[in-house]
Design a protein. Sequence first.
Length: 68
Amino acid sequence: MLPIDPHADRARRAWLPCPHCRDQDGCEACTAGRTCHVHWRYLLSSKGHVVHLQCPNCAHVWDQDTSR
Ligand SMILES: [Zn+2]
Ligand SMILES: [Zn+2]
């Protein structure tokens, strides 16, 4: 498992589903599109529509185009 990125900041969060562990599946708050206190991701950086995220649950790092 990867360590949490040193640039990860709890104050910078994004609510997007993790493609690796999918821990948000079945969560009532996430399904409803509400701000979930459990299933959020570190927002490491963003460039235009592309955000660089890390999941605090499984430490998976990925890029996601939010314009789609
Ligand atoms: Zn994950
Ligand atoms: Zn949730």
